[in-house]
Design a protein around this ligand. Structure first.
Ligand code: BG6
Length: 521
C-alpha cells in the first residue's frame, strides 16, 4: 500500500495529500427535536435523509429524534407513519427491516402546541431520558420545520425554558437549524435574526439553504479551486456573461397558500439562486474553513449593485403561469390553483440582470431566471466566454464561430459540459460547435447523497461552512428589496406565460437589450 504522505511533490505533480483520499466523518450521538415533525418538509426531506444516514452508518446508534406536531399520535403510530413515508421516498430508499428497526427505535413523538410554554418542560424531561437511555450526551439540535410564523414563539420558549443553553462544562452542545424563508423582507429578516440571536449565540445557529448541500453546488468550489486551468479565465477579461437558470416543470401544487405570500423572487432568487451566484463569483478563500468561505460569499453579495426601484424595473421581469401543457399533461393556470387568490399578482417566474461591481466582474452581466411550470426541470450555471477577436477561417466559408460555453449542470443529469468549436470533417475549413461532457452518473454511479443528508450531518459535526450567516441573509434581502419595491410601485398588467413554455417574451427582451439571448437548454 502506498502512503500518500511519503510521496514527495514535484512542481506540476498531483497534490499528494488529497489525491483520492476519502475522509470519513462521524458525529457524536445527539437528539434532534423536530418542530413540525409531521409536516411536508419532515416527510419529504428530513426523515428520508436521516434514515439514509442511519442505514449508511454515518450517524451513531444512539441518534434520537423527538418529533413535535399537533396531531395526536403515539411513538408507535408515528413510527408507522414514517415507515410508510420512507417507503414512498426516492431519497431514503425503501425501509428494510434490518436497517429500519434500529432507526425506528430512536424515533419519538410528542403531540404539542409549540406556543404553549407548558410543552417545554416535557421536552426537557424527554431529552434527559434520551441522554440516560440512548447516550445522547446532552447534545441537541432543534429543527424549525414549522410555518415561519411559529419561529418566534418556539425560539422564545426555548430561551425561557433554558433549553437553548449549552452545558457549562462543554459536555453537551445545543444547535438550532432554521429553514428558509428567513423573513419576507429585510425588516422581518432582521427581526428574526435578532430574536434568534437573543437566545442562541451565532455559532449555535445553522440557517439551512438546501442548495448548498447539493453535490454539484459543492463541486463548483472544487471545479474552480482544485483545477489550475479555469481560474485564470474566470473574470471580466474572458467571460462575456453568466446565466443561472432554475427551471421547474411543476406548479405550486398544494403550496398555493405559502406561495401566494412568497413568489419566485422570495422563494428562489433571494436564497438558492443568489447562493449559486456567490459561489460562482467569489474570490478564492484562503482555505475551506467556515468563515473563510462565508466571508468571501458575503463580499460578493455586498458587490452586487443595488438598484433604485426604477432600475429594478428595467433590469427584472416577473410573470405568472397561465394554462398550458407540461410533458403532454394539461395544466391549469396559477389563478386556478388551490389556495391562490383569483386576483393574485404573485409572480411564478422571475428574471433579473445583476451586475457585480468589483474588479473581477465589472461589466459582466449575471442573468438569473427561475419559474414554475416551465418546459423542463433544469438548474444550471452557464458561463459564456468572449468570442475570438478575429476569425481566420472566414474566407474558407466559416464566417462565425460560436462562443465557448461552460455549463455546470446542478440538476438533473448532473455534470459539466464545455462547448467548443471543431472542424467539420471535409475539404472546407468549416467550424461547428461540439460538446465535451462530464456526467456524475457515468463517472461516480447514479446515487448522489441528498442535500439534506449532507447538511444534517454537517450540523451534527458542528461544521457551519455550508450554512448561511445572519449578515449574508440580510445582504441578500438588501439586494432583492428594491426589486420588490419596484414591482409593487408598477401597476401595469402582470405578464403571463403558457405553462410548458420557457417564460414570458419580456424575459427574452431583457437580454435582447444587451444583444444576448437565453441559452437553449
Ligand atoms: C424550495 C422552494 O426552497 O426549493 C420550492 O420553496 C422549490 O418552491 C424548491 O420547488 C426547489 O428545490 P429543488 O431542490 O427541487 O431544486
Amino acid at each position: 500500500m502506498t502512503d500518500n504522505r511519503s510521496v514527495a511533490a514535484l512542481p506540476g505533480d498531483v497534490n499528494p495529500l488529497r489525491h483520492g483520499r476519502r475522509i470519513s466523518r462521524s458525529p457524536d450521538p445527539c437528539t434532534m427535536v423536530i418542530f413540525g415533525g409531521s409536516g411536508d418538509l419532515a416527510r419529504r426531506k428530513l426523515i428520508p435523509a436521516l434514515y439514509s444516514l442511519s442505514r449508511r452508518r454515518l450517524i451513531p446508534g444512539g441518534f434520537t429524534v423527538l418529533a413535535l406536531a399537533r396531531s395526536a399520535l403515539t411513538d408507535d403510530g408515528y413510527r408507522e407513519v414514517l415507515r410508510q413515508w420512507a417507503d414512498g421516498s426516492a431519497e431514503g430508499g425503501r425501509a428494510d427491516p434490518e436497517t429500519w428497526q434500529p432507526f425506528a427505535d430512536g424515533l419519538h413523538y410528542l403531540s404539542a402546541n409549540y406556543n404553549d410554554p407548558g410543552v417545554y418542560p416535557q421536552i426537557r424531561e424527554a431529552l434527559a431520558r434520551f441522554d440516560r437511555m440512548r447516550g445522547a450526551g446532552g447534545n441537541r439540535i432543534f429543527y424549525l420545520a414549522t410555518a415561519p410564523s411559529d419561529y418566534a414563539g418556539i425560539i422564545r420558549n426555548l430561551g425561557n425554558s433554558g433549553l437553548a443553553r449549552e452545558c457549562v462544562d462543554g459536555a453537551g452542545w445545543v444547535r438550532i437549524i432554521v429553514e428558509k424563508p428567513i423573513g419576507r423582507d429585510l425588516d422581518s429578516a432582521r427581526r428574526h435574526n435578532e430574536e434568534v440571536n437573543a437566545v442562541f449565540s451565532e455559532d449555535q445557529v445553522y440557517r439551512i439553504d438546501h442548495y448548498l448541500g447539493k453535490e454539484t453546488v459543492q463541486n463548483l468550489m472544487v471545479f474552480r479551486f482544485a483545477n489550475g486551468i479555469f481560474e485564470p479565465l474566470w473574470n471580466r477579461q474572458y467571460v462575456d456573461n453568466v446565466q443561472i437558470t432554475a427551471a421547474e416543470d411543476i406548479g405550486v401544487g398544494t403550496r398555493g397558500g405559502y406561495y401566494e405570500e412568497a413568489g419566485a423572487l422570495r422563494d428562489m432568487i433571494q436564497n438558492h439562486m443568489l447562493q449559486l451566484l456567490t459561489l460562482m463569483a467569489l474570490e478564492p478563500p484562503p482555505d475551506f474553513a467556515p468563515n473563510s468561505v462565508r466571508d468571501e460569499k458575503a463580499k460578493v453579495l455586498r458587490s452586487i449593485r443595488p438598484f433604485s426601484p426604477a432600475e429594478a424595473r428595467a433590469n427584472s421581469v416577473r410573470a405568472q403561469y397561465g394554462p398550458g401543457f407540461v410533458g403532454g399533461r394539461p395544466i391549469p393556470g396559477y389563478l386556478d390553483e388551490k389556495g391562490v387568490s383569483p386576483s393574485s399578482r404573485t409572480e411564478t417566474f422571475a428574471a433579473v440582470r445583476f451586475v457585480v461591481d468589483n474588479w473581477r466582474w465589472a461589466g459582466v452581466p449575471f442573468y438569473l431566471r427561475t419559474g414554475k411550470n416551465l418546459s423542463k426541470r433544469v438548474t444550471e450555471i452557464a458561463i459564456t466566454f468572449r468570442c475570438t477577436p478575429h476569425l481566420i477561417f472566414a474566407e474558407a466559408g466559416a464566417e462565425r464561430a460560436d462562443a465557448n460555453v461552460l455549463a455546470l449542470r446542478i440538476q438533473p443529469d448532473e455534470g459539466i459540459t464545455l462547448k467548443f468549436n471543431a472542424k467539420l470533417p471535409g475539404q472546407a475549413m468549416s467550424v461547428r460547435p461540439v460538446n465535451m461532457d462530464f456526467r456524475y452518473g457515468t463517472t461516480f454511479g447514479p446515487h448522489l447523497a441528498s442535500a439534506y443528508e449532507r447538511l444534517l450531518l454537517d450540523c451534527m459535526l458542528g461544521d457551519p461552512t455550508l450554512f448561511d450567516r445572519a449578515d449574508s441573509v440580510e445582504a441578500a434581502w438588501r439586494i432583492v428589496m428594491p426589486i420588490l419595491e419596484g414591482w409593487a410601485a408598477g401597476q401595469g398588467p402582470l405578464p403571463t406565460y403558457a405553462s410548458g413554455s420557457w417564460g414570458p417574451a419580456e424575459a427574452d427582451e431583457l437580454l435582447l437589450k444587451d444583444r444576448k439571448r437565453w441559452r437553449l437548454i
